[in-house]
Design a protein around this ligand. Structure first.
Ligand code: ZN
Length: 271
């Protein structure tokens, strides 16, 4: 074989090996944070404030990957499906962001969303091969006809046939070691849930989904006008407050741009 052909073959083999190599499971859980878009300033009155009481601001749409020694969990999957992203979008496609750290949707063990609103389900169909973890009340509403507002059923229709872990308004320890725990927190939607992480280096964190959108909802005790059930949201907030104190955990309001701007973004990670 001529030297040049040999070099070419070796190069091709190395490329294939590189492409096939999957990320090794980490020795302790990691949290990767992705930018899944920006929602331009909406009126604060939608979130229970008087006009001018708090400043209007943009929301960030955050997607997360948790890599655990025993598998992976996608938590919230964006607003605009990758295929519909415009070239001038402020964010890269979610699949591109995953690929940059070596993952494809086929590598994802579990999919869970804080809730069914369209700014959390955008790319759900891409993860239909994962096991979907969802509260029963949430799943039932997702597949009712006609669909309620703020739902984009086309983005999650493939989940109907996914392997599914249905929860009955209960918490769920995803990998069985207490380090990645889905917690029931209904009210914003019938089966809204939040995610608790026990990280070795960065400590205890709670990804709060849409339990709050603005930090002032917490400090000024306000509720969005489109809550499914305000009293239920109030008790979920109280229960989560208690839980945060007990576990010395910091809470992450997923849409809060100030929180996001200070965060480590993928390919960096929390661990
Ligand atoms: Zn949201």
């Amino acid at each position: 074989m001529r030297f040049r052909s040999l070099v070419f073959l070796l190069f091709a083999a190395a490329t294939l090996a590189w492409a096939a190599e999957k990320p090794k499971p980490p020795s302790s859980p990691r949290l990767y944070v992705f930018n899944c878009g920006i929602i331009k300033a909406m009126s604060v009155t939608t979130y229970g404030f008087k006009e001018g009481e708090v400043p209007n601001r943009d929301f960030v749409v955050t997607c997360y990957l948790i890599a655990h020694p025993k598998g992976t969990l996608m938590w919230d999957v964006g607003f605009t499906p990758d295929a519909a992203l415009k070239p001038d979008a402020p964010n890269k496609p979610l699949k591109t962001q995953l690929a940059e750290i070596g993952y494809t949707p086929a590598d994802i063990t579990y999919l869970a969303m804080s809730h069914y609103h369209s700014d959390h389900t955008g790319n759900a169909n891409d993860f239909a091969s994962a096991t979907w973890i969802v509260q029963r009340a949430e799943r039932e509403t997702m597949f009712t006809e006609p669909p309620p507002r703020i739902l984009a059923p086309a983005t999650f229709s493939a989940l109907k046939n996914s392997k599914t872990k249905v929860l009955n308004n209960e918490d769920y320890d995803v990998f069985g070691d207490g380090k990645v725990v889905i917690k029931t927190a209904p009210g914003h939607t019938p089966g809204h849930q939040v995610l608790f992480l026990r990280l070795k280096k960065d400590g205890n964190m709670l990804l709060a989904g849409d339990l709050y959108h603005f930090p002032e909802e917490q400090t000024m005790n306000r509720f969005p006008t489109f809550e499914f059930n305000v009293p239920q949201s109030a008790s979920s907030r109280a229960a989560i407050d208690e839980f945060l104190k007990k576990n010395n955990a910091q809470m992450w309001i997923s849409h809060d741009l100030a929180t996001y701007n200070q965060a480590k973004k993928s390919p960096q990670f929390y661990e």
